[in-house]
Design a protein around this ligand. Structure first.
Ligand code: MG
Length: 215
C-alpha cells in the first residue's frame, strides 16, 4: 500500500461497526460513458469485447489496440479533465444515504491523490458526503487496514475483478459485490470466486447489504 493511502486511512475518524467500502468509478459515478467520449475526442475508441480497458481501446485510424502506456495516459488525461463532471449512478445517493445511518461508508478509489479533493467535492455535490481514500494498485491492503480500524462486518463494492479478488484475499469474511453500471460490461463480466453478488443497479445492491448486515 502506498504511504499516502495509509496516511489517509490513519487520519479517518471511523466508528466501530459495519463498514461499506465503495469504489467510485462505474459504481458511484459513471465512468465508462464519459471515458468513451474522452477517447473519441482523442482518436481512440472503446470496444466492449471483454471486461477491462487494456486490449479494448483501439486507435480509430488503424483499429490497432492502444499500448498500456497510451491507456495510462488516456486515463490520467480523463481524470485531469473530467473528475469534476462525472455523474452519479441512479439511486446511489439514496442507497448509501440510507445505509450510512447504520454503517460507516468510505469511498475507496484508484485515482491520483491530486484529484482527491475534487472527487470528494463531486461526490458531496451529488449527495455522497463520505470520506474518500485514494489508493494505487490492488485494494486488498487498504481494505484490510480499514477493516481493522472499523472492527465490524465489511461489504466491498467494486467493478474491477482484480480489486475484488485482492480484497477477498486480504479481508477475511468480507462480502464482495461486483457492481458495474454499464450494461454491456456488466454482461461481459465473468464469474469471480467468492463473489456474493453481481449487481447492475443500486436497489439490488442496497437490498443485499441490508440483508448482509441485518439492519
Ligand atoms: Mg471502478
Amino acid at each position: 500500500m502506498a504511504p499516502e493511502t495509509a496516511r489517509q486511512i490513519e487520519e479517518l475518524d471511523l466508528k466501530d461497526g459495519p463498514l461499506i467500502l465503495c469504489d467510485v468509478d462505474e459504481v458511484a459515478l459513471h465512468f465508462i460513458a464519459p471515458f468513451e467520449r474522452h477517447l473519441l475526442a482523442h482518436g481512440f475508441e472503446l470496444v466492449a469485447r471483454s471486461y477491462g480497458l487494456n486490449g479494448n481501446i483501439v486507435r480509430q485510424e488503424d483499429r490497432e489496440p492502444a499500448s498500456r502506456e497510451e491507456v495510462r495516459e488516456l486515463l490520467l488525461g480523463f481524470f485531469d479533465a473530467e473528475t469534476g463532471n462525472q455523474q452519479p449512478v441512479a439511486g446511489v445517493a439514496e442507497a448509501l444515504g440510507e445505509l450510512s445511518q447504520a454503517a460507516e461508508v468510505v469511498m475507496l478509489t484508484n485515482i491520483p491523490e491530486r484529484h482527491r479533493q475534487l472527487r470528494s467535492e463531486t461526490l458531496a455535490r451529488h449527495g455522497m458526503p463520505y470520506p474518500v481514500i485514494t489508493n494505487t494498485g490492488p485494494k486488498g491492503p487498504a481494505a484490510r487496514l480499514l477493516a481493522e480500524r472499523a472492527d465490524g462486518a465489511v461489504v466491498f463494492l467494486d467493478d474491477s475483478p482484480s480489486n475484488i479478488r485482492s480484497v477477498g484475499a486480504f479481508v477475511d469474511g468480507a462480502s464482495l459485490v461486483q457492481f458495474i453500471a454499464d450494461r454491456r460490461f456488466f454482461d461481459l463480466a465473468g464469474p469471480i470466486d467468492g463473489l456474493s453478488l453481481k449487481a447492475n443497479d443500486w436497489p439490488a445492491a442496497r437490498n443485499f447489504i441490508v440483508g448482509r448486515f441485518g439492519f
